[in-house]
Write a protein that binds this ligand. Sequence first.
Ligand SMILES: Cc1cc2nc3c(=O)[nH]c(=O)nc-3n(C[C@H](O)[C@H](O)[C@H](O)COP(=O)(O)OP(=O)(O)OC[C@H]3O[C@@H](n4cnc5c(N)ncnc54)[C@H](O)[C@@H]3O)c2cc1C
Length: 304
Amino acid sequence: MSSFQNEDNEVITEIFTAGDEVRKTRGSIYRQVSLLNGLNDKLEAGNYRKLLVIGLPCHIAGLKKLQAVNENFRCMEIITIALFCKQTKTEEFSRFARIVLKAKPNKRIHYRGKGWPGRIRVDGGRSLPFNNIRLSLMWPSFAFTPSYCFACTDPLGQVADISVGDPWLKKYSGERSGGSLFVANTSKGLGIIKEMADDDRIFVQPETAENALVSQNISYIRFKTRNLKARAVSLCGLAGKFEAHSNYLRTIRWVKTNKKMVECLYRTRIVIYIPELLLKVYGRATRLVFRRIADAGEKSGKTP
Ligand SMILES: Cc1cc2nc3c(=O)[nH]c(=O)nc-3n(C[C@H](O)[C@H](O)[C@H](O)COP(=O)(O)OP(=O)(O)OC[C@H]3O[C@@H](n4cnc5c(N)ncnc54)[C@H](O)[C@@H]3O)c2cc1C
C-alpha cells in the first residue's frame, strides 16, 4: 500500500496487487498524506493475507497502533517501510513552490525526480534543482512544517522494518543515479534486503551507522529525538508543563522565531526579490546557528 498524486493533484492511497502498478507511486510527496484513512474498509474489501505498507514514520507508528487493536490487521502479515522524515510540509509550501516555478494554482508538483537529488518541477511550469535555495530555504527553517511534526521522535523511521532516506553525504554528491540509504531495523527487514541483494534485484553497498546519522544532520536528529514534552508544549501548542535544559529551550525559541521570519519572507513574497547569494548565506547561517545552539548542551554534557 502506498500513495501518489494523480493528475488532478489529489493524493491517492491504494493497495496494489501488481508490482508494476507500484511504480506510479515513485517520488516524495511533500504534503500531508492521510495514508491510513479508510484502510479498514480497503482491507475488508480485499481479503489480503500479506501487506507491504510504505509511509512516513508517523504513518507506520499509527499502523502499529491499529494492528494492536483491530482484528483485520492481526491475522495479516504486514511489512513496513518508512521514509526518513524530519518534517513534512503544509499546502503553503507547495503554493510558494508554484509561485517560484511560475505555475498555475493547484497544478501537480513533482517534488523529486530526474536523478539525485533531482529537480522539483510542476505540470505546465518550470523546474529547478531540488536544492535551489529559493525553495530549499523552507527546510532548515521548518517553514510551513505542520506543528505535529514537532511531536515526532522518530525521524529515521525506526518503527518500520526498513527505513529509507537520502544519502546526504559528500562522497555521494556526484552520484546522480538516485541511490538511497537503507536501514534494516528488524531481522525481517534485513532478510528482505539480503534476499533482494542475493537475487541481484538491488545493488547494496554497506554504510556505517555513524555516516547514516551524519547524512541526516546530527543536530536535527538530536533536536527531534529528545525533550518531546518541551517541544510538544512549545511548538505544537499542547497544554502541559515540562522540564528542559535552558540550551534546549533556547533552541526551541530560536526555531520558533526563525520559522516565523522565513514564513513571513514567503508570505510577503519578498523572497522572490532577494538575491540567491543572500538567501544562501541565510540558509547556511540557519544551519550553523541551529547546530551551535542545539549542540551547546551536548558539549557541556548538560542536555537532559
Ligand atoms: C515528507 C518527507 C520528508 C522526508 N524527509 C527526509 C529526510 O529528512 N531525510 C532524508 O534523507 N529523506 C527524507 N525523505 C525521503 C526522501 O525524500 C526519499 O523519499 C527517500 O529517500 C526514498 O526515495 P526513493 O527514490 O527510494 O523512493 P521513491 O521511489 O521515491 O518512493 C517513495 C515512496 O514513498 C511514498 N511516499 C512519498 N511521500 C510520501 C508521504 N508524504 N507520505 C506517505 N508516503 C509517501 C510513495 O508512495 C512511494 O511509495 C522525506 C520524504 C518525505 C515524503
